[in-house]
Design a protein around this ligand. Structure first.
Ligand code: FMN
Ligand code: SF4
Ligand code: SF4
Length: 262
């Protein structure tokens, strides 16, 4: 069973390619997280958990959610990360998670995908050439990962040095708590009150009042709201003006029934 969370489509794209290659089911965790559905999972096949990287780790809200559910059927698990290029100590985090859940971790695969973090002033958005090249390289890499998973091989990933883990372990939770906030989101006059941003938020953090979206306290900076707004009517402080919003679906054609979720 392939499980995934995706804010802007990268992880969803890789998860679906892997599930197709394996002939396995693919479960989007969005609804489960949004509705706080903690019903147990069951699969006779190996679990494959696919996650974007936020602040050098898997998103803390996702790990918290995954810790709260029961994995029945088999006890094997692979992890698949998508990042802009640096997965930090996510591999170590995955190992600790597996131990806690009594799962046998068979390794992690890392896919370098386009950077989606429009609300971060440190990251310029990438140009089309870089975006297409990252998607093409990752699409190519899926075949090998699928073969390895079919053969139950250990997946190879970058060695994580101890100093990285020692720096990231205290840094990531603090950064997440104090920097990944919604307080700087606002809408411009282009907003038409369509509520697409509200429906796109995995944490139910947006409420539309009198056709105006209002952001609450729980935000993980997944970039779904700002990137999915059809009117480009969401800005974040003075960081996002004139910056490209990234969605995977703008670069890869998707089947019509998938368009809503990407
Ligand atoms: C809050 C946030 C933090 C991020 N931190 C990192 C990071 O530490 N390293 C990195 O390479 N990419 C980072 N990224 C980029 C994403 O990991 C990357 O674009 C990912 O493929 C997005 O997946 P998605 O489209 O499935 O949401 C970050 C993105 C966001 C929104
Ligand atoms: S998606 Fe954009 S246009 Fe629609 S309500 Fe949200 S901010 Fe307004
Ligand atoms: S408010 Fe926007 S950026 Fe924050 S979690 Fe919700 S959709 Fe993601």
């Amino acid at each position: 069973m392939v499980l995934y969370f995706s804010g802007t489509g990268n992880t969803e794209y890789i998860a679906k390619l892997i599930a197709d290659g394996l002939g396995d089911e693919c479960v989007n965790l969005f609804d489960r997280i949004r509705t706080n559905d903690k019903s147990p999972l069951y699969s006779d096949k190996t679990y494959i958990i696919c996650s974007p990287i936020y602040v050098c780790e898997m998103p803390l809200f996702l790990i918290k959610y995954l810790k709260s559910i029961t994995f029945n059927g088999n006890n094997r698990v692979y992890f698949v990360f998508t990042s802009g290029g640096y997965c930090g100590s996510a591999k170590v985090q995955a190992k600790f998670f597996s131990i806690k859940k009594k799962l046998k971790c068979l390794g992690c695969a890392e896919f370098v995908m386009p950077m989606n973090y429009v609300a971060n002033s440190r990251y310029p958005m990438e140009d089309e050439k870089v975006i297409y090249s990252k998607i093409a390289d990752s699409t190519q890499k899926v075949k090998q990962v699928v073969e390895d998973i079919k053969n139950e091989n250990k997946l190879k990933s970058r060695h994580v040095w101890l100093f990285e883990t020692l720096i990231i372990a205290p840094f990531a939770p603090l950064w997440t708590k104090y920097k990944l906030t919604a307080k700087d989101f606002y809408t411009t006059n282009e907003c038409v009150g369509c509520r697409i941003c509200e429906k796109a938020c995995p944490l139910n953090n947006i409420k539309t009042i009198e056709r105006k979206p209002k952001w609450g306290e729980s935000c993980t900076h997944c970039m779904a709201c700002i990137s999915k707004c059809p009117k480009n009517a969401i800005e974040y402080g003075n960081v996002t003006q004139g910056k490209l919003r990234y969605l995977l679906k703008d670069y890869v054609p998707v089947k019509s029934e998938e368009k809503n979720i990407l």
